[in-house]
Design a protein. Structure first.
Length: 98
């Protein structure tokens, strides 16, 4: 390999490396972390989304569990326990707060 070919290969590799670094710097995550205010806003919105998803998911799971447990009347121990839970939930809905 001659020295000119080696310089040409190195220049091509350097140009490809510069292009890759430029593409990486244009990624959304890198741009969101470019300033501390953007980073703070990015994580704030992310935290709101995670919190909302957690609340909605937990509400759905608990309501489905309470529904299925309220349907179990024929198993003595679990049926009584499930009826107590359902009564507690419905009692809080029916009674006005003072």
């Amino acid at each position: 390999m001659t020295e000119d070919n080696m310089h040409t290969d190195l220049a091509a590799e350097l140009a490809a490396l510069r292009q890759e670094v430029h593409e990486l710097n244009q990624q959304r995550v890198i741009r969101a972390h470019s300033s501390w205010m953007r980073m703070l806003w990015f994580y704030f919105v992310r935290g709101l989304a995670v919190g909302l998803g957690t609340v909605i998911g937990a509400t759905f799971l608990v309501s489905m569990a309470a529904f299925f447990l309220s349907q179990i009347d024929f198993i003595p121990i679990i049926g009584d326990w499930a009826n107590l839970i359902v009564d507690e939930i419905t009692r809080d809905r029916m009674e006005p707060t003072q």
